[in-house]
Structure formats: C-alpha cells, structure tokens
Design a protein around this ligand. Structure first.
Ligand SMILES: [Zn+2]
Length: 156
C-alpha cells in the first residue's frame, strides 16, 4: 500500500480514526451524525457523502505501523494537554514549549487526516504528515536520519 505517512510499504492498511475514540468518548460525540457538504462557487452547497457517525470517520490510507506507532504515541502524549485545555486546568498561553509543539503536531496530523478522509477537493499535502511523523522523538525514521548527520552538522 501507499501510506500517506511513510510511502510505499508492505505493511497492512489500517483505518485511522480522524478523531480519536478517547476524544469522541470524552466529548460524548461517538455517535454524533455528520454530513459533508461541498460548497459551490454560486454559494450553494450539496452533500457529497452519506451521513455517518463521527466514530466512523476513518481514513484507510495509513499503514498499521504508522497508526499504532507514531500516531498513537502522539495521541497519548497530547491527551493530557487537550483534556487540560478543555477542563481549563491548563491555559493555552501558559503551555510549555514542548506542550505547544505536541499540540501543533497533533492539530496538523488531525487536519491532514481529515482533509483526506472527507475527500477534500484539495487535501493538505501529505508530505506535511511526514514532518509530523519526524517530530516523533522515538520514531525509527527520525533516528536513522539523525545518524546520517556528522558530528556538529545541523539538519537544514
Ligand atoms: Zn505508514
């Protein structure tokens, strides 16, 4: 398969949830129905997919290692920040730099996955998903790329 995150791979295809189950469960929105509309130049809109429940909104263009690896870790690491912001025990302007980076990676990953899952006319460039993956400090991809650098050499 051609994984949006890592490219051509022999790994098994998976169904990446656009919105994590834990988040939909937290928001009591698992079965919230959604309908996608496509807006026309004349200002009208028409539904372009059948209505589905939010927990059924998945993208089958992500391989299992990416879904269960860096994407799962990103969800796990971002969960406490998102819950803290929603419960107002954390303030956006008081987040530490690492929390901001995690939140930005999560928001970017979610927006990219969503743009493909809804069949956007102009989905977000999938190369940007690779940058989200590369932000994973434990990613094998990042480690192997780091080893390509000579001592003292900086990544450009
Ligand atoms: Zn992948």
């Amino acid at each position: 398969m051609n994984c949006l995150s890592c490219g051509n791979t022999s790994a098994t295809r998976s169904g990446e949830h656009v919105f994590a189950q834990w988040l939909l469960d937290y928001l009591h929105a698992l079965k919230t129905p959604i309908t996608h509309f496509r807006y026309q130049a004349d200002g009208t809109s028409t539904p372009h997919r059948d209505q589905i429940a939010l927990d059924s909104l998945r993208l089958k263009r992500i391989c299992e290692p990416c879904n269960n690896g860096w994407m799962s870790r990103l969800e796990d690491h971002t969960k406490a920040i998102l819950v803290g912001l929603m419960e107002r025990t954390l303030a956006l302007d008081a987040l530490a730099d690492e929390q901001r980076r995690l939140l930005a990676r999560w928001a970017g990953k979610t927006a990219i996955i969503e743009s493909y899952a809804v069949g956007a006319e102009k989905p977000i460039d999938a190369q940007l998903l690779g940058y989200r993956r590369d932000g994973d400090q434990t990613s094998d991809v990042r480690r192997s790329r780091r080893s390509d650098l000579r001592p003292g050499q900086k990544r450009t």
